[in-house]
Design a protein around this ligand. Structure first.
Ligand SMILES: [Fe+2]
Ligand SMILES: [Fe+2]
Length: 164
């Protein structure tokens, strides 16, 4: 087996484990809603285990650069998502009349545009030591540098934003 095959496999495993983390998190939330505490705990623990696997696969694949390089990569990824991927997805969902999909894609598209801008700014200021706070909208994934009155993307009250 060639070295390239293993590189491909590492990235495939990274994608699969990343997805399993999200899936088990969703299942854990559902189990909590149903009061199935033990199943919820197992889903939470397994979700964290898949994250450990994903992070190690990604590291071994040599995909982690220095922070400036990682910020550049993040700008590129978010830009692709908000400029190309989500606009196409929104159009297709509209054509199929799937309103919930239009909504989740539109929220993500608008939030990714903000993320791209924040990453670009962070790259510019990568050597600045002055502390910055970020505020995450728990509904649409928007990120602001000051707690807003309401989320400019989805309208959620600023009090709900999570500080980082
Ligand atoms: Fe993003
Ligand atoms: Fe929001």
């Amino acid at each position: 087996m060639s070295e390239n095959k293993t590189m491909d496999n590492l990235m495939e495993a990274f994608a699969g484990e990343s997805q399993a983390n999200r899936k088990y998190t969703a299942y854990a939330k559902q189990a909590e809603k149903e009061g199935k505490t033990n199943a919820a705990k197992l889903f939470r623990a397994a979700a964290d285990a898949e994250t450990l696997h994903a992070l190690k696969h990604f590291e071994v694949a040599g995909k982690i650069g220095n922070t400036a390089a990682n910020l550049k990569d993040a700008v590129a990824g978010e830009t692709h998502e908000y400029k190309d991927m989500y606009p196409d997805f929104v159009k297709a969902a509209e054509a199929e009349g799937n309103k919930a999909a239009v909504r989740t894609f539109t929220y993500a598209m608008k939030a990714e545009e903000v993320h791209a801008r924040l990453y670009a700014k962070a790259l510019e200021d990568v050597d600045d030591a002055e502390e910055i706070f970020y505020y995450l909208c728990p509904v649409c994934g928007n990120i602001e540098k000051e707690r807003p009155e309401n989320c400019p993307i989805c309208g959620v009250p600023g009090s709900k934003f999570i500080e980082y």
